[in-house]
Design a binder for this molecule. Structure first.
Ligand SMILES: *[C@@H]1O[C@H](CO)[C@@H](O)[C@H](O)[C@H]1NC(C)=O
Ligand SMILES: *[C@@H]1O[C@H](CO)[C@@H](O)[C@H](O)[C@H]1NC(C)=O
Ligand SMILES: *[C@@H]1O[C@H](CO)[C@@H](O)[C@H](O)[C@H]1NC(C)=O
Length: 419
């Protein structure tokens, strides 16, 4: 009888859990406003501090030109008052971002999940299926690779592309990661676009590019967060680990073991955007991925894709002091932007260290790699877009830019005899 009763309680509990889980739906951001705000640094800081109290009701993205903020409808009045008080120039970009989010999610062209088509954004399982499919189709010179794992137990899947050389000599490694910030959807989309070009393009410049390197490419290095941004909250940025106080996630690009916890980070586990974790490499994603990177010999290029500021960043992100090959990094990066600008006649705004052209930030992947291995050529691309939105039908536009930008990197680096 007792057993029976326990079973019944268990059953009821299960039904309850199933129902409440089912009830959790995609956060719609109905009537959330999207502003571009310009003004004094102090004014912007005051605005953020006053409105930040309720963490996920004010989201912001800072670029050199301005700060873009997402404001909950109930904070809108207060936002306008403070903006007026601080003499900030707030331009309303979207009156209701839920409409942008719906447009992104509705992908009428998404037919087969076995194929991804670069006119829609795909969740992590679809991206992984694509990687598996390509590794089978091109099995002579590609292999599936696993760079680590996530808190919820997903592998961090990638693709190695390494065409055979005549004498079997090893090639320099070109490492690419994207999706470390979950909501920056255009980044994984352009990375898979780039993979597809490397494998299928008939352009001799692109096939030559493919053959020059041993590629290790990981489109979604924060797979839990990325999945969460597809299923529950479009604006999710962090991992999905649970802190001792119950708050969820850490910013995986503030969690690497170099100058951890200093600039542009928060030590509050409930901070919606910038919590740096309880210690360096507290997140299993960064810990396991860094261990994978440690085992690579001959790492020449480390490239990370983010969005959206249309700039190119060099190490180190939290210092205005320059690394020893800074001039080369600028020259090579300039060539990259020059190549990219020819595709759509759009030029990125600038190139430099984050501390100089964006804001100082500590604990990012690029800086850890550069500092730990003295990897000569490390870059972070901030792709284009308004906030984290980019129309899905226009993914190839940035995809083609990325192909040319990487071609520009490789071509100029060769000129300077880096390989
Ligand atoms: C405020 O922004 C608008 C739109 O970008 C611009 O036209 C206007 O000149 C700006 N005003 C000031 C005072 O900066
Ligand atoms: C390949 O690269 C060369 C030299 O940079 C350039 O002149 C040519 O236009 C490129 N070809 C294509 C198809 O883009
Ligand atoms: C890079 O480009 C910028 C602007 O296009 C230019 O001012 C700078 O001199 C260039 N630097 C190098 C090293 O080519």
């Amino acid at each position: 009888m007792l057993l029976q009763k326990n079973k019944l309680i268990c059953l009821l509990l299960c039904v309850h859990i199933a129902l409440t889980a089912g009830a959790k739906k995609y956060k719609d951001y109905k009537n959330f406003k999207y502003y571009d705000v310009k003004g004094s640094e102090e004014g912007l800081e005051n605005l953020k501090n006053i409105l930040q109290e309720d963490g996920d009701k004010l989201l912001y993205v800072t670029s050199r030109r301005s700060t873009e903020v997402v404001v909950a409808p109930e904070l809108n009045m207060k936002f306008r008052e403070i903006a007026a008080l601080e003499k900030l120039n707030a331009t309303l970009l979207y009156n209701d971002i839920s409409k942008v989010i719906q447009l992104e999610k509705a992908s009428p062209l998404r037919k087969s999940k076995k194929c991804i088509t670069w006119d829609a954004y795909y969740d992590v399982d679809d991206i992984y299926r694509y990687l598996t499919k390509m590794s089978k189709t091109y099995s002579k010179f590609t292999e599936p690779i696993v760079g680590g794992k996530s808190y919820e137990g997903r592998p961090i899947r990638g693709l190695r592309i390494n065409t055979p050389t005549r004498n079997g000599e090893t090639k320099p490694v070109f490492f690419i990661e994207s999706g470390i910030h979950a909501r920056e959807w255009i980044a994984p989309a352009t990375t898979t676009y780039f993979i597809n070009q490397l494998l299928t393009s008939a352009d001799p410049n692109v096939t030559r590019l493919r053959d020059q390197f041993d590629w290790r490419i990981f489109p979604t290095v924060n797979p839990d967060g990325y999945h969460y941004s597809h299923t529950f909250d479009r604006m999710w940025r962090k991992t999905r680990s649970i802190s001792s106080n119950g708050c969820i996630g850490a910013d995986p690009n503030r969690n690497w073991d170099y100058n951890w916890g200093k600039e542009s980070t928060s030590h509050d586990p409930c901070h919606y955007q910038l919590y740096c974790g309880s210690q360096p490499f507290s997140e299993v994603e960064t810990r396991t991925l860094s261990s994978y990177i440690s085992k690579i010999d001959n790492l020449l290029f480390y490239v990370s894709f983010h969005s959206a500021a249309a700039i190119l960043l060099l190490p180190l992100s939290d210092s205005t002091e320059h690394v020893d090959n800074y001039d080369d990094l600028i020259q090579i990066g300039n060539a990259s932007l020059e190549y990219g600008s020819k595709v759509n006649n759009v030029r990125y705004d600038s190139i430099g260290t984050a501390a100089e052209i964006l804001y100082p930030a500590s604990g990012g992947s690029m800086d850890w790699v550069r500092h730990t291995f003295e990897t000569p050529l490390a870059y972070t691309y901030e792709l284009r877009g308004s906030s984290f939105h980019w129309p899905p039908r226009r993914i190839p536009e940035q995809g083609n830019e990325v192909v040319q930008m990487i071609l520009g990197l490789a071509t100029e680096a060769k000129k300077l005899k880096y390989y």
